[in-house]
Design a protein around this ligand. Structure first.
Ligand code: ZN
Length: 156
């Protein structure tokens, strides 16, 4: 497996690039000329690594910058597919963003819950401390209360 070449359109003869060699066919990856075919230099600026050729990736840049349009408008089917893919990508992005916000909101909710619980515990502790303080004060004012059994003996 190597680089896949686009076939020469029927009835067309490849023009010569600036190097003086017949051009190859390439397809545009730009949005406004999506998959429109054009002639370009078939020579590489350098020889690609064997591995890159095998996996069909990292095609080196052309030797010269000759370019000439074959198609002057986007194929209607290519346009529909391209717009469909863009819509799907947009939908995926939108859902990811929504999910991210959900997770963020959940995190915030948990944090608020934790803070509320901590505040409640603190308030209860303070109430108990206050009760204990009052009980002790009352006992100091009226030591007989203990003997009357108002408080259990073990608190002494
Ligand atoms: Zn060339």
């Amino acid at each position: 497996m190597g680089y896949t070449r686009e076939p020469i359109p029927d009835g067309l003869t490849p023009p010569m690039c600036f190097c003086g060699d017949p051009c190859k066919v390439e397809r545009s990856a730009e949005d406004d000329t999506w998959r429109q075919r054009y002639w370009m230099c078939a020579n590489w600026a350098f020889d690609p690594l064997e591995r890159a050729v095998q996996i069909g990736k990292l095609e080196p840049p052309p030797l010269c910058d000759f370019e000439e349009w074959i198609d002057t408008e986007i194929d209607p089917l290519d346009k529909r597919v391209h717009e469909g893919v863009k819509e799907i990508n947009e939908e995926i992005r939108r859902r990811c963003e929504l999910r991210r916000k959900e997770v963020e909101a959940q995190k915030q909710h948990k944090e608020e819950e934790r803070r509320r619980k901590a505040a409640k515990c603190k308030a209860e502790r303070e109430k108990k401390l206050e009760r204990a303080r009052r009980a002790k004060a009352a006992l100091e004012e009226n030591p007989d209360a203990l003997r009357k059994g108002k408080w259990p003996r073990c608190t002494q």
